[in-house]
Ligand binder design. Structure first.
Ligand code: PXL
Length: 293
């Protein structure tokens, strides 16, 4: 039984002013799920980097050590440390120390969403150095949630949309060998069926592989990875097991994309989160997770 009446997450992500991604998504989702979010902004941007040009970008690396010193003096502790987009490669080392200092309680869940890129490419602010530092950080995680592109970068594998399920299983296993007990890959291609995309997962604890299929909606909205992982984190902290948490994440994202696509909403502004946040507190019907043999 947790000693706190409300669970507490340190959320280490950027703050993008316009466009729903990172902290603008993480905070409302986890708060709606009854979890306290303690934000650590890694960078401040005028917009996220997907679909906007000439955005302003302030990297907050230099201010993080003082921020964390204060938290140490306050003797804060967390039920979960959840990281996302970083502002510099040096910052990743600082966050790694934060995990050593604040995540050494075995009950603290460390979730690393290794935000690096999408659709086969690195995001515009990411560098090869950041990819290499990210490989080190995932070693400290209990759970990682790369998308298919990020999984390819972490494993130095080609981005091949015709990948077979047996190779995806090998990727999950190899990522887990880097450290994390649970590995989740989002936007995994289903080469046999172009109308579907998968979330696939491996749990080393019971050596089982999972798959949740999502209907492919022909629109790409930035920030959906952040929203998916936030629901996953909230669900696990509420006590759900991995396949149920995956299922909840996929159902939420599907509803959010449908709400936006149906309304012809500009993709770069992200999904119409405000329309679907209430779903997170509705009774949940387990619908679609499958085991992969
Ligand atoms: O959703 C990942 C993300 C987070 N933060 C920033 C981004 C992106 C993806 O484009 O640009 C600033």
């Amino acid at each position: 039984m947790n000693k706190r009446s409300v669970q507490r997450v340190a959320a280490i992500h950027d703050l993008s002013g316009f466009g729903r991604s990172s902290l603008s998504v993480v905070v409302p989702i986890l708060s709606t799920m009854g979890i306290q979010v303690c934000s650590v902004p890694t960078a401040v941007l005028s917009t996220h980097t997907g679909g906007f040009e000439k955005y302003s970008f302030v990297d907050l690396t230099d201010y993080l050590p003082g921020f964390f010193e204060h938290w140490k003096r306050l003797k804060l502790d967390f039920d979960c440390i959840y990281t996302g987009f970083f502002g510099s490669s040096r910052q990743i080392g600082i966050i790694s120390e934060f995990i050593d200092d604040f995540g050494n309680n075995p009950d603290t869940l460390v979730v690393v969403d290794p935000v690096l890129g999408d659709n086969g490419h690195l995001y515009s602010t990411m560098t090869v150095d950041m990819k290499e530092e990210m490989k080190k950080l995932v070693q400290k995680a209990d759970i990682i949630t790369p998308n298919f592109t990020e999984a390819a970068y972490l494993l130095d594998q080609p981005y091949d949309l015709n990948i077979k399920i047996k190779d995806l299983k090998r990727w999950l296993y190899e990522l887990s060998q880097m450290g994390p007990e649970k590995v989740v890959i989002t936007s995994a291609p289903a080469c046999e069926d172009t109308k579907t995309t998968h979330v696939i997962a491996y749990n080393r604890e019971d050596d089982r592989y999972w798959k949740v299929s999502c209907v492919y909606i022909p629109a790409h909205y930035p920030g959906t990875g952040d929203a998916f992982t936030s629901v996953l984190v909230g669900s696990l902290l509420q006590g759900d097991n991995l396949p149920i948490a995956l299922d909840r994440g996929v159902q939420f994202i599907t509803a959010a994309i449908r709400a936006s696509y149906g309304a012809s909403y500009p993709k770069r502004e992200g999904v119409l989160l405000e329309r679907v946040l209430g779903h997170l507190n509705m009774p949940f019907i387990i619908s679609s997770y499958e085991i992969i043999d």
